[in-house]
Unconditional design. Structure first.
Length: 379
């Protein structure tokens, strides 16, 4: 832990990031290191500082969908048109490089499994110059700008006017399927996404600081988000009184949550325990957790998503290591949330070494990260 603290301190000392929280759990033993500040020139970082979860949200959203599957409300093979009628008759560009008006009908319905495995046909491929991807960018906006999204029904109507890039099940594409999962949860359950997650995930796990907004009483613990400025330094992108101060019109299942390192530890440990919370309450069956943590991609699909997957596979809500990727990972590990190209958060969970790691670095704009946390879990 001393080495980890020194490494993080070096990043704060050279100005790469304002601060960080690291947490390593081995069985019942938890070690925590905190460095830097929650905002440049502001209050010191603390163990209970609140961070934007970014793509960590994806794994939590996928877990919620699996709860509805276990409830018998939906099945993996169900077409989603019953709950997402906007996608009842989707069109697909003839080839990925085709113009957006050169379309053919989808060859089969989009299923719940397609959404969970991020293979519905909507989303970002590695090539952002493709016409359909450029058109999608006008609707699937920057997930860091949560206030820029319209209400879910409006967003769904806008998405339905855009052709899919691939046929259902054909390709792994980033981000949009997790947004759609959030809409699916709300419509199937009859609850808002924040309400469902609070009842079925956050309250049972004791994730007291996790949500789609940070209330005024907690904003003193809320970290600032920075991007790399034109001069190469950090510039403020969103502060504690920014976009998370109120519940957004569209709570985003792909990246809208904020919470603490300890909240994330509770969720990660539940998955490592096969779906059982620390107090013994079962949230998911072991079979559901296995589905979430198993790879559902082919080599060709990983090639299409190389920019995001970097050679790894994808489960439900997170990438799965199909080959050793870094010294702390092994084949068969789940990297929750994938490698987020907005905030760069990646969170491996290995069923072999029980390792969970969270680092917050801006994957698009270079070395300028958010005020971020690092979380690890080992058994």
């Amino acid at each position: 832990m001393a080495g980890l603290r020194a490494m993080l301190q070096a990043y704060t000392d050279d100005g790469s990031l304002p601060g960080a929280v690291s947490l390593v759990g081995r069985g019942d033993q938890i070690e925590v290191a905190v460095v830097g500040s929650a905002t440049i020139g502001g209050a010191p970082m603390a163990r209970d500082s609140i961070f934007r979860f970014a793509s960590l949200t994806k794994a939590i959203t996928a877990a919620a969908v699996m709860m509805l599957v276990e409830d018998g409300r939906i099945a993996l093979g169900d077409p989603v048109r019953q709950w997402l009628p906007e996608l009842a008759e989707p069109k697909v560009v003839r080839t990925p490089a085709s113009a957006v008006d050169d379309v053919v009908p989808a060859n089969r319905p989009i299923t719940v499994l397609d959404l969970l495995s991020s293979k519905a046909g909507y989303g970002f491929a590695s090539d952002f110059t493709l016409p359909a991807v450029q058109r999608l960018s006008s609707v699937q906006k920057d997930g860091r700008e949560v206030a820029s999204f319209p209400p879910p029904d409006t967003w769904m109507a806008e998405l339905a006017r855009i052709p899919m890039l691939y046929q259902p099940g054909e390709a792994w594409l980033y981000d949009t399927c997790s947004t759609l999962q959030g809409v699916l949860i709300a419509r199937v359950s009859g609850q808002s996404l924040p309400g469902f997650l609070a009842e079925r995930v956050f309250e049972p796990l004791g994730m007291a600081d996790t949500g789609f907004e940070v209330p005024a009483a907690k904003r003193g613990r809320f970290t600032s988000y920075y991007r790399t400025g034109a001069d190469g330094g950090l510039e403020l992108a969103d502060g504690p009184d920014g976009q998370w101060r109120v519940l957004p019109a569209f709570p985003l299942g792909n990246g809208g949550l904020a919470g603490t390192a300890d909240d994330w530890l509770a969720f990660g440990r539940m998955l490592l325990a096969g779906g059982v919370a620390a107090g013994g309450r079962r949230l998911l069956t072991a079979g559901s957790v296995r589905l979430m943590t198993s790879d559902h991609t082919t080599p060709r699909q990983r090639e299409i998503g190389e920019l995001f997957l970097e050679g790894q596979g994808w489960g439900f809500g997170g990438s799965v290591d199909v080959a050793p990727h870094r010294s702390v990972e092994r084949a068969g590990a789940l990297r929750l949330g994938g490698r987020d190209r907005n905030l760069g958060a990646h969170h491996p969970v290995s069923r072999h070494d029980r390792h969970l790691d969270d680092s917050g670095r801006d994957g698009l704009s270079g070395p300028g990260p958010v005020a971020a946390g690092l979380l690890a879990l080992r058994g």
